[in-house]
Design a protein around this ligand. Structure first.
Ligand code: GRF
Length: 223
């Protein structure tokens, strides 16, 4: 397995807790992906130090060096990814909108985690909006990236209950625990070539046992 592991870059802007869950999963030699690079658009992203401690190469492409030039910023990111011979990209709290050209260049090879049950609540402040809408469930989604923000074929989702006394902060914490479960599972599916997109929906390789597939789509909430 190890020789065919896919080379993955994780793009972050902040603390990188999802990045850490991917790094930890990939420490298993049987995991079908290796984390070859962590790239941040912010030089002060906390996750960069975490990656370095784990012995992973890091890069910074500071978006402030590309004022009003999203295409220039994306081209610089693209160059770093290609130089590192990256095969798959994981967005993990990467807070930049990517240009359609960049997104299309990585079509079906770039995935993202979003802290809501998409297509509900794309964008920011998802937990606050879920509480305000009176939802009883919240959750998270890993999806292939398409040019429209927080859209694209869904790979995995997990849900958690919303408590009556939840604040956006307490709910975010609960959702984050399942984010850390499903992102490695979704990446494993994609990196192992067990997931593909057909008519903009996910198709899972029939060789996967049904119970495994259930677990991948909605892991139980253990907390
Ligand atoms: C997560 O909630 C993720 O779903 C969203 O941004 C947050 C990043 O958190 N896209 P972290 O940096 O992975 O801790």
């Amino acid at each position: 397995m190890s020789s065919s592991r896919k080379r993955v870059a994780i793009l972050i802007s902040g603390r990188g807790s999802n990045m850490r869950s991917l790094i930890e999963a990939a420490e298993d030699a049987d995991f079908p992906a290796e984390i070859a690079l962590v790239l941040s658009n912010r030089p002060d992203a906390g996750g960069l130090a975490v990656a370095q401690e784990a012995g992973i190469a890091t890069a910074v492409v500071d978006h402030k060096a590309y004022p009003k030039d999203r295409a220039g910023f994306d081209a610089a990111v693209d160059e770093v990814l290609r130089e590192a011979e990256i095969e798959l990209v994981c967005l993990a709290g990467f807070m930049r909108l990517l240009t359609p050209g960049f997104v299309e260049g990585w079509r079906d090879r770039m995935i993202n985690i979003h802290p809501s049950l998409l297509p509900l609540f794309p964008g920011l402040h998802t937990h606050e909006r879920a509480i305000e809408a009176g939802m009883r469930l919240a959750g998270c989604t890993v999806h292939y990236v398409r040019p429209e923000m927080d859209s694209g074929p869904i790979i995995a989702q997990a849900s958690v209950p919303i408590a009556f006394d939840d604040t956006p902060e307490t709910l975010a914490k609960r959702v984050l625990t399942v984010e850390h479960e499903i992102y490695p599972l979704a990446l494993a599916l994609v990196a192992a070539g067990l997931a593909r997109v057909e008519n903009e929906r996910l198709v899972i390789d029939p060789s996967l046992p049904l119970d495994t597939t259930d677990m991948l789509i909605a892991p139980s909430f253990g907390g």
